[in-house]
Design a protein around this ligand. Structure first.
Ligand SMILES: *Cc1c(COP(=O)(O)O)cnc(C)c1O
Length: 353
């Protein structure tokens, strides 16, 4: 290595799912198969491009106000960022600044390890059990912070709110972050606990349930204290995170609750129907509370199915990593996309037999 490289920060980056250029059936990155509400389209068509001369509102006030109205949470308890990845990255920087290890499940969103590496945060991965369940008691020990995705990815499993609360209440000396990227497809959010626990941060996103992955909007709910610390770090890093177009389209998305609920309900319905179809084909399916399923075939190897599906223009997600290398993570698409997937799977099983 040449001299100047000694002083360079070396990081292991996160590997995002493929974004193919061609037209494929894309069930690999948990995007929503339905368009955002037409309110978003209307806003985009009416953007006053002259306004792009100006910096956007650093507080993203319009969006914070809209989130406050929609979720009935005071503005001072809301933070917004460029997707929840930005919110989470900022939260790691702000809240996990101690010497003790932070804790997260060994099977979870792989970005947690990447941020810990980037910032030099010591961490311990806590094993989920053989059924991929998170055991709250494993988190009742000294730590520098806790982060849990609920529902978890890629397992798709939801941890009951009582168990989430148990983790938070046993960790009053550290910040507990609950990453709720998929909560709208599941049951109760932990946001109802933010006034009971000052150390709790709940992070959500527009990327999955609101069909806006391309717009990059994420947000967090927490005590005024946590949100203030988070904003201090943000303004020490980059004041103008959300751009004018994102702010306005986020507001538009929140204005159409009926459409949001309709799309979420449709995905949940397709998910439940798909679970049965997968099982009928000999797959083991974890009890998903998300917009994807985590499945394993009793006879055929996940990697082979992954490769053959791709040849047929159907993209799903596969990780060649310990504990999960027999599984596929498959996003719930439209009914017709799922039909194509099941058509392929039937065909695959016939051929392999
Ligand atoms: C998708 C996802 C995110 C990131 O979503 P953004 O698009 O950055 O909002 C965060 N956490 C989990 C568990 C996810 O699956």
């Amino acid at each position: 290595m040449t001299g100047f490289e000694d002083n360079i920060r070396k990081v292991t980056p996160y590997t995002p799912g493929e974004q193919p250029k061609e037209n494929v059936i894309k069930l690999n990155t948990n995007e929503n198969p339905y368009s955002p509400t037409k309110e978003v389209k209307a806003v985009l068509e009416n953007i006053d491009t002259d306004k792009l001369r100006l910096y956007p509102d650093p507080c993203a006030s319009e969006l914070i106000e809209a989130l406050s109205r929609e979720y009935e949470i005071p503005e001072k308890q809301i933070f917004a960022g460029v997707g929840s990845d930005d919110v989470l990255a900022m939260s790691f920087l702000t809240f996990f600044n101690g010497e003790k290890k932070i804790l997260f499940p060994d099977v979870s969103y792989s970005f947690y390890k990447v941020w810990a590496g980037l910032y030099g945060i010591p961490y311990e991965e806590i094993k989920v059990d053989d059924t991929f369940r998170i055991n709250p008691e494993d988190y009742y020990k000294e730590n520098g912070g806790v982060i849990i995705a609920n529902p978890n990815a890629p397992t798709s499993l939801y941890l009951d709110i009582e168990e989430v609360e148990a983790i938070v209440s046993h960790n009053k000396d550290s910040v507990v972050i609950i990453d709720e990227a998929y909560i709208d497809f599941a049951k109760e959010s932990a946001k109802g606990l933010i006034n009971k626990y000052e150390n709790l941060l709940v992070v959500q996103t527009f990327s999955k349930s609101r069909s806006m992955a391309g717009m990059r909007i994420g947000f967090a709910f927490g005590s005024e204290k946590l949100i203030t610390y988070l904003n201090d770090a943000k303004y020490a890093f980059n004041s103008y995170t959300l751009n004018l177009v994102s702010i306005k389209s986020g507001v538009a998305s929140l204005s159409d609750r009926a459409y949001f609920e309709k799309c979420v309900n449709q995905i949940v319905k397709t998910r439940e129907e798909s679970k049965i179809k997968f099982r009928n084909l000999g797959f083991k399916v974890l009890d998903s509370a998300t917009n994807f399923v985590f499945v394993k075939h009793e006879k055929y190897h996940a990697k082979d199915i992954f490769i053959k599906a791709k040849e047929r223009g159907i993209y799903v997600r596969y990780w060649d990593s310990p504990r999960i290398n027999e599984y596929l993570r498959i996003t719930i698409g439209t009914e017709s996309e799922m039909e194509s997937l099941f058509y392929f799977l039937h065909d695959y099983i016939q051929k392999e037999r």
